[in-house]
Design a protein. Structure first.
Length: 105
């Protein structure tokens, strides 16, 4: 790759990033009243985080079954109001147990 192509790619990426951040500020001047749009914008960061995190959780373990089991255990523990540390410990133990069980079988 030549240097001009790299600099042009960096400038285009910076321009698109700036445009995505500044365009809503310039086009939407008043407060959003539509409840659907407000709830959509409220949940966008959570959905984005989930889309990036869940596949990584499943693929991080040696065995995808262990990752899915840890995801299920962590979800149930969090649903039952367990704290962050207990959920992390339970999911780690689940991956360890699932990997151990699949190796011994």
């Amino acid at each position: 790759m030549n240097e001009a192509y790299i600099w042009m790619s960096i400038l285009i990426a910076a321009g698109v990033s700036l445009l995505v951040r500044t365009l809503p500020l310039t086009l939407i001047r008043k407060q959003i009243q539509n409840p659907f749009l407000k709830s959509f914008l409220f949940y966008v960061p959570y959905v984005t985080l989930a889309v990036m995190t869940f596949p990584a959780m499943i693929e991080a373990a040696k065995n995808p079954v262990a990752g899915i089991a840890a995801l299920a255990v962590g979800t149930v523990a969090a649903w039952l109001n367990a704290g962050l540390f207990p959920v992390a410990v339970l999911t780690c133990l689940t991956v360890f147990a699932a990997n151990w069980l699949t190796q011994t079988v």
